[in-house]
Design a protein around this ligand. Structure first.
Ligand SMILES: [Zn+2]
Length: 262
């Protein structure tokens, strides 16, 4: 079984002491590629250094998370310059988007929207897909996507309803949703409904590790080797064997990130 972790953070401090072991376990579990996603400017060089340390296994997705939307113009100019300078080493722009969970302060919201739109433009300029983080901001995110129409996107850790997903799927762009540990949670009714109602061709497997570990690891540090538990849940909901499901999901990830056929 081959599996791709389309969204994770192995650059996180949670792995400082045992990253080699985490990667070994991932490889033993069939993980062939992991895509580390940036959040802040300091995360960029850490992510690229993982790509050098684990070539053909760790890949880089760079972008500024909405949490940092109120950083200065200089900060963002530096981030965009870094991305342009390293564009050949980058697989996508992310994670970028809107997050209204902790604050809906109007100035903060405006900054988030502005930086999100700027980074979508950057992705278009560099011809890269985007990885979106959207939390408690479903309709504003959709509105910006409607206005900017980035050709290829991943709604990472999708938490919206089937109804909002349907609106994305009406757009003339390639839309994918990232599915992670949440779908294994007992009370996760909305995402289970989305999985049951949607075509499997839009799903991407992700851990978002170190966060959101699937059952039975819920609450602990997450890692790519746990993806098997997520795939088992998707297979159950789609009435497929785990093998069949894994093959389709691997192919979805391979195409999203334009990886060569092996
Ligand atoms: Zn993430």
């Amino acid at each position: 079984m081959k599996i791709i972790d389309t969204h994770c953070h192995l650059n996180d401090d949670a792995y400082t002491s045992d990253l080699d072991k985490v990667i070994l376990r991932a490889k033993e579990a069939g993980i062939t590629h992991v895509f580390n996603n940036g959040d802040s400017l300091p995360s960029f060089s850490k992510i690229l250094s993982l790509q050098e340390r684990y070539p053909s296994f760790c890949f880089s997705v760079l972008g500024i998370h909405p949490e940092f939307a109120s950083e200065s113009d200089t900060y963002f100019e530096e981030a965009y310059q870094f991305i342009r300078d390293h564009k050949d080493s980058i697989s996508a722009i992310g994670e970028i988007g809107l997050d209204y969970h902790y604050s809906k302060d109007p100035a903060y919201v405006e900054n988030q929207k502005r930086r999100f739109i700027e980074q979508i433009k950057l992705a278009k300029e560099l011809n890269l897909p985007i990885v979106i983080h959207s939390r408690d901001a479903d309709y504003d995110t959709l509105e910006i996507i409607k206005q900017t129409l980035p050709p290829k996107l991943d709604l990472h850790c999708f938490s919206g309803s089937y109804e909002i997903l349907r609106q994305y799927l009406l757009l003339p762009i390639e839309v994918h949703i990232g599915i992670g540990g949440v779908c294994t949670f007992k009370n996760a009714r909305v995402i289970k409904e989305v999985i049951e109602n949607s075509d499997i061709s839009i799903f991407l497997t992700e851990t978002d590790c170190p966060y959101l570990a699937p059952v039975p690891y819920r609450g602990n540090r997450n890692e790519p080797s746990y993806l098997k538990n997520i795939i088992e849940q998707i297979a159950t909901l789609k009435d497929l064997t785990v093998e069949e499901c894994a093959t389709i999901l691997y192919e979805n990830g391979r195409k999203f990130y334009d990886l060569p056929r092996e």
